[in-house]
Every structure is written in C-alpha cells, then in structure tokens.
Write a new protein. Structure first.
Length: 410
C-alpha cells in the first residue's frame, strides 16, 4: 500500500469516527422521551412562521443605537478637529481616523451598522441613496458575499479607487475582507498599510469579537485605532422592552410550571424572572436571545385529544391560541473534537462561509469538509442559507465556551 493511500485511509477512518460520534448524539437526542411540558414545545408551523417574520423585522435595540451615536460623535469630532488643525496630516498621531465597533460574533452587526449610518445621515434606512453627514460624503462599503480569495485585494483596491478624499467610509462586516489562509490574508496587509493610513478618510469598521482577536494577532489592527467600541450586552430588562411588542400582541403567559419550579417565592414577577434567565443563558446577545425566546414558546393544550401534538392540531386563529413561555434552557450539544472544532471556529471568525471557503480556511479538501458540514447541519449546530453556512445563534454560548476551554483566542 502506498504512503498516499495509507494517509487517506487514516483520514477516512477519522472522519467516519466523527460522524459516528455526532450520529450517536443525534439518535440519543431524538429518542429521549420529553417531559409533559416539553411535549408541546413545537409551535404550529403557521404561528412559528408568523413569529419568525416578526422577530426578523425587529429593529436593533434602541440602547445599541444610542451607544453607537454617542461613541460616533466622540470619534468623528476627534478626526474632524484633526482635519481642521492639520489638513495634510503630516504630524503623526494627530488624526484618529479609525473607529472600530466590536460585537459578539453571533450579532448581526452588518444590519445594525448599516441602519445606524443611514439614519445618521438622515436617510430612510430602507432606501439606498448618496449619504452625507455634516457635509462629508458617507460611503457604505459592503459585499453581499466575500469575493474569491484571489480577488479580495483587487476588490478592496477597486473600492478604494471609487472613494473621495475627506470621506466617511463604513465597512460593517470586515470579516468579508479577508480569509484565514495564506492568500486570503494578503488583502488585510493592503487594507492596513495602504488604506487605513490615509488620514483624509474616516473609517468605521464593524467586526465580531473572534475576528477582532484574530486580526489583533495577525495584523496588529488595534494599533491603527484608539477608538474602539464594544457593543453592550443586553440585560433582562432590555430584552423584555425589546420583545414586548410581540409578547403583547400574542398575549404570551409567563407562569409555566418550569418557571414556578425554579422559584419558591410566589410573589415573584414571573415575566421579570423569565427575561433575566433569558439574558443569562444567552450572554445578553440579541440574536441568541431571539432564537432561544422562540424555542421556549409553546401552545397551551386545551384540546381533550391529548395524544396530538401542537403542530398536528387543526389551525386556529392567532388570537384564539394561548401561548406560554417556558424557562429558557440552553440546548444540548454533542462532544466535538478535531476538525469539527476548527470548522466552528472558522464560522465564528468569518460569520458565514461556503464549503469551498471552509476547505480553504481549514486546509482540507471538499471531500473532507462535506461529511463534517452535513453532520453539524443535521444536528442543528450550523445553518445553511443558500450556499453559505453559519453557526446557529442558539449554540453560540456553548460553542464559545467550548472553544475558550480548548485555548482558542476569543
């Protein structure tokens, strides 16, 4: 047997072991008998779809918008003052021209920053128009998907050529500007050395926490800015205020047995207890909280045919359904090892990746990537949107804890 064949036999055996481990967990999870309250966890499909639509349309939390507004004013004024006092930028350190906004790697920072800058410019966030702020052109730079690795630097150069001097440039998802590979990192060298050093432009860069840690180590990104904002975690009270329109419309009840079992004081505010637990279980991350909130809802069974599940019962008007919230609990997750861990790290680092990008990032072939992706997707740990994959937000706290325990830089 040749050395090459022996190597691939080892790889094939290892991948099969990974699949068996995850498949065993899936089988055990599916066969576990639910307790009486869990049996009604699944919402009817029409109600679940209605809730999904409403949750996806929620604006970013107003406290996040207020935080960004305050921090932007400080950063912009520092740069603007430097432009007035030293327009040519000859004096080193006189221009604070880079403001970095960092969020959880599960947060949809692209949408938050895109809406923020359009609102800042006085434009309807739904309309793409030429933007300005205090007379300074404002350019929102974003690609629907990451360019091919070979064309990343070219794409950045083309974007730079279209910019003007004395302009505000916003890149809400810096993760789209690089890939964790030899070729994929050349674009960051060009970006930091040729673009960020131009003091005539004010840069607003959005980045997830994992990407931030990575780029500090790889390209010393923190050395290009002393204006760094970490998006605040949301408290239980803030989550309650944010989700209240949906809670009120559906008249969701918060006195389920799972809540009462955890609290001995009958005078407790059940709704407050629910949302404080939700904030704790989700690390106060909006996207994670939305997913877990949805997973805790169940339809109260007022049908005498107890053997039917909520999803099987005849459809009723929304207003005639009684919906109850269970105490938030994190989902179970299988033991993950080897390339499965590195795959999840890559998704946290880049937010979304195609199979080809995953292979490039991990130094594997598509043949090796395929079973890992499909098994994690079947387990619900990652999600597929068209050709791209991302971590299911509800698993973010668990995956983050696992990676941190394995000494990943997060």
């Amino acid at each position: 047997m040749s050395a090459a064949n022996s190597f691939f036999d080892v790889i094939r055996a290892w991948l099969q072991q990974q699949r068996r481990s995850l498949s065993t967990w899936l089988s055990r999870n599916q066969q576990t008998s639910p307790d009486p309250e869990n049996s009604l966890l699944q919402l009817p499909s029409d109600l679940r779809q209605k809730l999904l639509t409403q949750l996806q349309q929620l604006p970013s939390h107003p406290d996040h918008s207020e935080q960004l507004q305050t921090e932007f004013q400080h950063a912009f004024e520092a740069w603007h003052q430097g432009q007035r006092s030293n327009p040519r930028g000859w004096l080193a350190g006189c221009h604070d021209n880079v403001w970095i906004v960092i969020s959880s790697s599960a947060t949809n920072l692209t949408d938050i920053l895109s809406v923020f800058v359009k609102t800042l410019a006085g434009n309807d966030p739904r309309v793409d128009e030429k933007l300005t702020y205090q007379g300074v052109p404002l350019q929102l730079v974003q690609w629907p998907v990451r360019p091919d690795v070979e064309s990343l630097q070219k794409s950045l150069r083309q974007q730079a050529d279209s910019l003007h001097n004395r302009e505000i440039v916003v890149i809400p998802c810096l993760e789209h500007c690089f890939l964790r590979s030899v070729e994929g990192l050349k674009s960051m060298d060009y970006f930091t050395q040729h673009l960020l050093t131009d003091p005539s432009r004010f840069w607003i860069l959005g980045l997830g926490q994992v990407g931030w840690q990575y780029l500090q180590a790889i390209s010393a990104l923190d050395g290009y800015s002393n204006r760094i904002t970490h998006l605040n975690e949301l408290t239980g009270k803030q989550l309650k205020e944010w989700l209240d329109p949906i809670v009120s419309e559906l008249n969701i009840e918060f006195q389920s047995s799972s809540l009462r079992a955890k609290v001995t004081n009958e005078n407790v505010d059940w709704q407050e207890k629910y949302f404080s637990t939700l904030a704790d279980k989700t690390d106060g991350i909006d996207t994670v909280a939305v997913q877990l909130f949805l997973n805790t809802l169940q339809v109260i069974d007022d049908d005498p045919e107890k053997e039917q599940t909520a999803s099987e019962k005849p459809s009723k008007p929304f207003q005639n359904r009684k919906i109850q919230a269970r105490l938030a609990e994190q989902p179970s997750m299988p033991e993950l090892e080897g390339e499965s861990i590195y795959l999840l790290y890559s998704l946290l680092l880049h937010r979304t990746l195609t199979k080809l990008e995953l292979a490039e990032s991990l130094g594997l072939t598509l043949y090796q990537i395929e079973p890992l992706v499909q098994t994690l997707r079947k387990a619900g740990i990652i999600e597929q949107q068209e050709q791209r994959f991302r971590l299911n937000p509800v698993y973010y706290p668990l995956v983050h804890t696992k990676l941190a325990g394995d000494n990943f830089s997060l």
